[in-house]
Design a protein around this ligand. Structure first.
Ligand code: HEM
Length: 190
């Protein structure tokens, strides 16, 4: 039973850490204060890396545990899993999106001098948001605890946190866009 508890606990913790990363990433991108932006980005990256480590523990425990029929090949071809195939497929696709976003994020630091890459980086980073959404769907469909009040409360809190952070970011962008300085930059205000 130890592996089964480990699989479930690490899955829930990974989802929470990816939610913290997504929320702080959204708020940080909208922040205009350099110091605040630095710390938000720092915690955003730390949460994402911790989430990936927990995800590795989750996947290892799920594959190693004999209670569910999940073989390592599911990571390459997720569609035929022997346990809740649709939910597991969502989990594997979420993992692809989040790992891809982490690799692109790591490359950003090294290729910061390339303007072409910096421009494209934001659109590639959307993979993280898609991965996060898929991971929430996966947790809702795959989990043993999915319909318990505490698990529903955690999942709902994750959704509310990311929606609220996206709203904060959209608001601060709207405020920035309407300041005289940005209107002047856009050539609309003299
Ligand atoms: C970003 C990726 C992932 C996240 C955040 C995640 C998170 C979760 C969560 C929150 C649960 C529910 C746990 C519970 O209710 O106790 C869960 C269950 C599960 N996950 Fe994942 N998961 C991810 C990827 C994967 C992958 C790649 C696999 C397959 C190798 C997988 C296999 C499973 C299985 C089999 C369960 C059912 C466990 C149970 O019945 O409680 N997950 N996952």
């Amino acid at each position: 039973m130890t592996l089964w508890y480990l699989a479930r606990a690490s899955g829930v913790m990974a989802m929470v850490l990816f939610t913290i990363a997504a929320s702080l990433g959204a708020i940080g991108a909208g922040s205009r204060k350099p110091e605040q932006r630095f710390w938000l980005q720092y915690v955003h990256r730390s949460a994402a890396v911790t989430g990936l480590l927990l995800l590795a523990a989750h996947v290892t425990a799920v594959i190693a545990d004999s209670y569910v029929a999940i073989s390592p090949s599911v990571l390459v071809w997720p569609f035929g899993a022997g346990y809740r195939p649709f939910a597991v497929t969502l989990g594997v696709l979420a993992m692809y999106g989040l790992v891809f976003a982490a690799l692109v994020g790591a490359a950003r630091g090294r290729l910061a001098s390339s303007q072409a890459f910096t421009k494209r980086w934001r659109s590639l980073h959307i993979a993280a948001s898609v991965g996060w959404l898929l991971s929430v769907g996966h947790g809702l469909l795959a989990g043993t605890d999915r319909s318990t009040p505490w698990m529903l409360a955690i999942t709902t809190s994750c959704l509310v946190a990311v929606v609220a952070s996206a709203a904060v970011r959209a608001r601060s962008r709207a405020v920035q866009a309407s300041t005289p300085l940005s209107l002047a930059r856009a050539g609309r205000f003299r």
